[in-house]
Design a protein around this ligand. Structure first.
Ligand code: MF3
Ligand code: CO
Ligand code: CO
Length: 290
């Protein structure tokens, strides 16, 4: 691209005043094929307008998670939560990205105890004391998506379950802290997994994080068990999720054959997950969800 043409990012600025310097820096780098190091494609680099849009979606998504923290309790069924979230999103200019996604039937995913992710809200699923519950919401506002999940503890939760929830949150936070511009994607998974393993837990590898923003699931796939220095180069403007699924027992998971969605631990031991949408900035990262 010519220096005086409009930048490929859609900012409306001339290339020389926009992403030329970044492209030059990338072009000077040596990518190690054996470490799977690759350059990020332009389509996953967001401009300021994109970032503002993703932030708007994040605010609504966070609001829906805040709403959940106010109403989730022992004895509530998960479809009531799903309905309340749907109403909240609609009132706030958002729409569930889950509903209809590859035929998914509800607004959100609610995953309890041995359910790793993609639990389908149901009138028959009633929260009980001792449950650990992940509520995962993805909101679209206009063209832009934000994706986040939190864990909730119902009533009296056994110590081992509470510890899993706490350590999993730390895994996410350490993963986010390891995400830095001009470093590599594998640094995130290396940090998540080191903390999980140190605590005697395993890391789910069949599912992971993803680019998000201009679409629900974009490149890159974000592994939560990886080697530092491997995978895609991280550069300012990339937006990804960090969403480690951490298990008490085996890392192996199975998908429910009847509903085609519900992912459970193979040994039926507990699993926890936290998820944030993050932006790679010039200096580090900004958590767009909370
Ligand atoms: N929100 C999930 C994620 O973190 C994806 C849910 S897809 C659905 O990527 F179809 F199950 F809703
Ligand atoms: Co999610
Ligand atoms: Co996600």
């Amino acid at each position: 691209m010519n220096r005086n043409e409009l930048c490929w990012c859609g900012s409306g600025k001339k290339y020389k005043h926009c992403h030329l310097a970044m492209d030059e820096r990338i072009n000077e780098m040596k990518f190690d094929f054996f470490k799977g190091q690759v350059r990020p494609p332009h389509r996953i680099i967001n401009n300021e307008e994109d970032i503002a849009g993703i932030k708007k979606a994040s605010v609504v998504n966070d609001g829906a998670l805040d709403l959940v923290s106010g109403i989730i309790r022992e004895g509530i069924d998960t479809l009531t939560l799903d309905d309340a979230i749907g109403d909240y999103l609609e009132k706030n200019g958002g729409v569930s990205a889950d509903r209809g996604y590859e035929g998914y039937p509800r607004n959100v995913c609610i995953s309890i105890n041995d359910v790793v992710c993609h639990g389908i809200p149901s009138r028959d699923t009633i929260l009980k004391s001792g449950d650990i519950v992940n509520v995962d919401i993805t909101t679209r506002v206009g063209k832009y998506y934000a994706d986040a999940s939190r864990m909730f503890m119902i009533g009296d939760v056994p110590l081992n379950a509470a510890r899993l929830v706490k350590v999993t949150k730390e895994c996410m936070e350490l993963g986010i802290a390891a995400a830095k511009p001009w470093h590599f994607l594998g640094d995130i998974g290396a940090a998540c997994a080191a903390h999980a393993h140190k605590n005697g837990y395993s890391v789910v590898t069949d599912l992971g994080g993803h680019g998000v923003g201009k679409d629900f699931h974009m490149e890159p796939y974000v592994p939560h068990n990886a080697k530092a220095g491997t995978g895609m180069l991280l550069v300012p403007g990339m937006v990804i999720t960090v969403e480690p699924m951490i298990n008490e027992g085996t890392y192996k998971v199975t998908t429910d054959e009847k509903d085609g969605w519900t992912v459970r631990t193979k040994d039926h031991k507990l699993s926890a997950q936290w998820e944030n949408t993050i932006l790679i900035t010039e200096t580090g990262t900004e958590v767009l969800s909370s």
